[in-house]
Write a protein that binds this ligand. Structure first.
Ligand code: ACM
Ligand code: ZN
Length: 692
């Protein structure tokens, strides 16, 4: 074990010993509600808590998300006088094995104990069965849980439509008739029903697929197994045919037809076929947990994406996201025809990707204690082998994995490990607070370029995506100021400014943006010529110029039109992820998670849905510049995978429809109807979502 790792373990030991108590008892006054109430104090600040006793806390109501995803919590005693247990209040507290509901319990809300996979005994002391949401224990098999109820109340519990499920015997799946309308998200371009019921799903099984579609055949088998219980894929009366049809000329497009002989899915490419299968999967979602769609209407579908890229960005720097959880994200996004997962791999607070030439980046740069007031150890990184595995895994779902290495800002963790990367070679601590650092990579030092090129070279062996994201956002506050006191940067700027035709930019605070352009030009040139990559970056007005052919991300509130105008002017491509619609790390409603933040605005589901990727521009913009849409999941205030999912869904579905479906087919009211069906399915699969 390396010296630094030993030191990390020692630090971890000291923190565990000193900081967060493992056993907590609260008595008397208890604040429930408000931005930093006692539940938030327990959930986010007692990160190590294993036992919580609230029996004597003066609290009759557990608010929504109160102790969401506290995986370490093994023992919970609810307040003696509790009446109301809010939505997702103990979601994914999966180390809890038993639960006592006090006699005062009156109501338990949606997914209050969802994904509490460890629960095997529930004792209810309430003589009248509490009113309970039908998905209060979503994700759990109720028949495997021992429910103990007060003597004399057994009949009331057994005859209650929900509580009765704890006592039910194993049931045969109930057959459901074909729905009158399908709930498909994103809504297809064209779907025509002939009305007549054409096909009994029990006859489905046999698959005929082009040889090149072995992966899609496997995906289809998984769908049929999970939705219909089909086991035999060789014999059946009705056939599902998968093929490539070169006459469909937009990438990722497909057609589907259903008649009495079977289902035929044709794609312009393998991705198109896969999306046809994802549509079929949604057509087979039953109403009831135990249901099965028995038959399908004859219909035809023609479907094609409006934009090229439908992306989600995750930030494993502020909080580490375990490797396996990234796979879960890939599978979930692919269902809604999203095709890119952007990994923000480096930032001021951590470096998360193994670089063999610079081992300190992960040995030292991936460990720190604390994120703002959350004083917990946060560590972890992805090995190159893991990332290769993720890339290969995501390919099966037609999801591209795009790595981001920030420059020149948001690089404090790297600077901490290799101080020669910054002006003056000053070592600075890894940042433990959010916000913007003034320390930047030095553009006038050759080591910066050697470092970046070596990093990108290694990454190009791991990430096969044609894209590499270079960050470029929030480089200091004021922007780029740290270069003004660096002698070699000043010299370089002097040389740039003395070149023929260069004059000061009239609307610039100073000319340091030319140093950023110098740095980006060099790195972009290397990425294009040596690695054959398409560079991407966050658009900042300070850039003044966008290198043609690059893909920029419009993200700042109120500056989307400025970014679009710049992309048009510079013949660049643009991804739309304006904070107003696409910052999925913002709360969806006031007071919802993350309750404690730096004054984030809200991005409601409706607000996300309202994104029109054309942003009022004409088809010339849409055809020449618009690349796609992206949702961000910055994680300064998200401290578990489940909370990341909670922020992502269902807003990512609204975003996927914005990026995929024609504007004329879209209606928020209709989306909500379709979502109510699809979100039931998500909850059954254990996906954590905010309530629409
Ligand atoms: C960003 O939100 N800093 C791109
Ligand atoms: Zn410098």
């Amino acid at each position: 074990m390396k010296k630094r790792q030993l030191l990390n373990f020692f630090l971890l030991f000291c923190i565990c010993a000193m900081a967060s108590a493992q056993s907590v008892k609260k008595t008397g006054a208890f604040r429930c509600g408000g931005w930093n109430d006692d539940f938030r104090q327990l959930r986010d600040l007692q990160w190590n808590m294993e036992e919580l006793d609230l029996s004597e806390a003066d609290c009759d109501s557990i608010r929504a998300n109160a102790l969401h995803s506290r995986h370490k919590l093994k023992s919970l005693i609810l307040p003696n006088k509790v009446r109301f247990i809010g939505s997702q209040s103990f979601f994914a507290c999966d180390s809890l094995t038993s639960l006592i509901l006090p006699a005062t319990t009156e109501r338990i809300e949606s997914r209050a104990f969802g994904n509490c996979y460890g629960l095997h005994t529930i004792t209810s002391l309430a003589t009248t069965p509490p009113t309970i949401a039908e998905d209060a224990f979503s994700g759990l098999n109720l028949r495997n849980i021992n429910l103990i109820v007060p003597k004399g109340s057994e009949k009331a519990y057994k005859s209650d439509p929900y509580w009765g499920k704890f006592f039910a015997k194993k049931q045969k799946p109930s057959l459901e008739d074909c729905p009158k309308e399908f709930s498909i998200i994103p809504i297809p371009q064209e779907m025509v029903f002939t009305g007549a019921i054409a096909l009994e799903t029990k006859n489905l099984g046999k698959i005929i697929a082009d040889e090149t579609l072995a992966n899609e055949r496997k995906q289809l088998e998984t769908v049929l197994k999970s939705r219909l219980g089909t086991k035999n894929f060789k014999k059946s009366k009705a056939t599902i045919t998968l093929s490539i049809d070169k006459s469909i000329n937009t990438p990722e497009s497909y057609t589907m037809s259903i008649d009495e002989k079977g289902i035929c899915i044709k794609g312009s490419d393998a991705a198109g076929v896969f999306y046809g299968i994802m549509t079929l999967d949604q057509m087979l979602i039953p109403q009831e947990e135990n249901g099965r769609i028995a038959n399908l209407h004859a219909l035809t579908i023609k479907d094609s994406p409006r934009t090229k890229m439908r992306e989600l960005m995750v930030d494993p720097c502020r909080i580490f996201i375990p490797f396996e959880d990234l796979k879960g994200m890939v599978m979930e996004m692919a269902r809604y025809k999203m095709n890119a997962l952007h990994l923000h791999l480096t930032d001021d607070q951590a470096w998360r990707i193994e670089i063999k030439k610079y081992p300190k980046l992960t040995e030292v740069g991936s460990f720190r204690v604390g994120m703002d007031d959350m004083q917990m150890p946060i560590s972890g990184f992805y090995t190159q082998e893991q990332m290769k595995e993720l890339v290969a895994f995501a390919k099966q779902y037609h999801v591209d994995i795009i790595p981001e290495i920030e420059m020149p800002g948001h690089q404090v963790a790297a600077i901490h490990c290799y101080p020669e990367l910054t002006c003056g070679g000053v070592q600075i601590p890894i940042r433990t607070t959010c916000g913007v650092s003034d320390n930047l990579l030095c553009p006038s030092n050759e080591f910066t370029y050697e470092f970046l090129q070596n990093v990108f070279k290694e990454l190009s062996e791991v990430f096969t995506s044609q894209y590499v994201h270079l960050g470029g956002d929030e480089a200091g506050n004021p922007p780029l100021e740290c270069w003004s006191s660096c002698e070699s940067c000043k010299k370089l700027l002097g040389e740039i400014m003395s070149q023929p035709g260069i004059t000061p930019q009239p609307n610039s605070r100073n000319d340091n943006w030319r140093l950023q352009k110098y740095m980006f030009d060099r790195v972009i040139d290397f990425l294009r010529k040596d690695l054959n990559k398409v560079p991407m970056f966050w658009y900042e007005t300070d850039f003044h110029e966008i290198q043609p052919g690059c893909v920029v991300f419009a993200w700042r509130h109120g500056l989307t039109a400025t970014a679009i105008d710049a992309a048009i002017r510079c013949n660049a491509k643009i991804m739309l992820c304006p904070g107003e619609h696409c910052y999925l790390d913002y709360p969806a409603a006031r007071g919802d998670m993350p309750e404690v933040n730096w004054g984030m605005p809200t991005t409601s589901l409706e607000q996300t849905y309202k994104l029109d990727p054309a942003w009022g521009y004409d088809m010339t913009f849409e055809n020449n510049n618009l690349y796609g849409v992206a949702g961000t999941l910055w994680s300064e205030c998200i401290n578990s995978t489940e909370r990341m999912y909670y922020m992502a869904f269902p807003r990512a579905l609204a975003l996927s429809e914005a990026g995929w479906s024609p504007q004329k087919n879209r209606s928020y009211a209709d989306f909500l109807k379709r979502l109510s069906h699809i979100s039931k399915d998500m909850h059954r699969r254990g996906i954590c979502t905010a309530n629409p």
